[in-house]
Design a protein around this ligand. Structure first.
Ligand code: PBG
Length: 327
């Protein structure tokens, strides 16, 4: 057979395959999401997310110790307050759950990097991501509270804030208030391209944040739209976002690629709760190889162009990177 090109030539051994590998991963690109709750002595497994827990403040140090020992550097904190109200006051309270967690965590583990999710849905009695007017979230009234939330996180020690609410103009509002208060160096990672997705189902159980009525379709994006994703990304860039996020990850990697090609700031993607739950459930049935699937999902995100991958499987991935199963 007369063939010039034989692609198999470069697949002949593990050494060669590794030599020509195009996508390489590193633990410093991973972010591990964690849930902190009021109370004490709590390490409560989230039923639809096996291996993920809600931690009370006294248990948080043990969890951070594990994160640190796994060689991970960054966490994304979500808070579950004891009480919720119409205006989500727990989100921006000085002694809110995330604010308290930050102070504790920074004391015990100053070398970890703390990112906070800035949103109101875990704190509002109606479960929507802002202040309601009739039956919809009022955009501009919500902006002030989101900015206050971000500021209270930074004052409590957050290294970076990540608004996930999908209100128009929130990046600019947060940037302005942070700057006014001297936090010009605190980056904003915007959940810029966030779709209204069923993949968030397990998270809403974890954070007890399902909307009491309706859905989030008036603020989160319609997943049929690609060009609108670019619009959101470019708007957040203009407003001063330092990192743009695409969420969910697995079913939205077309957006990761496109946005990475279009902008010069880092792009992150969030492998959300439903992605994790599907893998765990199938693995528990013995139907798939959990670790290899997590590995492929992560590589795919980086291959699509992401520089940062937020995942509940961060510890598993770190272990796989350590012994060279992926990398
Ligand atoms: C808050 C928020 C959500 C997630 C991250 N931040 C839930 C939502 O928008 O309904 C989802 C994360 C996940 O599913 O893992 N708005």
């Amino acid at each position: 057979m007369d063939m010039v090109y034989r692609p198999r030539r470069l697949r002949g051994s593990e050494t060669l395959r590794r030599m020509v590998r195009e996508t390489r991963m590193d633990k410093s690109s991973l972010i591990y999401p964690m849930f902190v709750a009021e109370g004490s002595g709590i390490k409560e497994e989230i039923p639809s997310m096996p291996g993920q827990y809600r931690y009370s403040l006294d248990r948080l140090p043990y969890a951070l110790e594990e994160v640190s020992r796994a060689g991970l550097h960054s966490v994304l904190l979500f808070g579950i307050p004891a009480e919720k109200d119409e205006v989500g006051s727990g989100a921006y309270a000085r002694d809110g759950i995330v604010q308290k967690a930050l102070r504790e965590a920074k004391k015990g583990f100053p070398n970890l990097y703390y990112i906070t999710d800035v949103c109101m849905c875990e704190y509002t009695s109606h479960g929507h991501c802002g202040i309601l007017h009739d039956h919809d979230v009022e955009n501009d009234a919500t902006l002030r509270l989101l900015a206050q939330t971000a500021l209270s996180h930074v004052e409590a020690g957050a290294d970076m804030v990540a608004p996930s609410d999908m209100m128009d103009g929130r990046v600019a509002a947060i940037r302005e208030l942070l700057d006014e208060n001297g936090h010009t160096e605190t980056p904003i990672m915007s959940y810029a391209v966030k779709y209204a997705s069923a993949f968030y189902g397990p998270f809403r159980e974890a954070a007890d944040s399902a909307p009491a009525f309706g859905d989030r379709k008036t603020y989160q994006m319609d997943f049929h739209n690609r060009r609108e994703g670019m619009k959101e990304a470019l708007l957040d860039l203009e407003e001063g976002a330092d990192i743009l996020m695409v969420k969910p990850a697995m079913s939205y990697l077309d957006l990761v690629r496109e946005i990475t090609d279009a902008v010069s700031i880092p792009v992150a993607t969030y492998s959300v709760s439903g992605e994790y739950a599907m893998v765990k459930a199938a693995a528990m049935k013995g139907w798939i190889d959990e670790e290899r699937i997590f590995g492929e999902m992560a590589v795919a995100a980086f291959r699509a162009g992401a520089q940062i991958y937020i995942t509940y499987a961060a510890k598993e991935l770190a272990a796989m990177m350590d012994d060279g199963r992926i990398g």
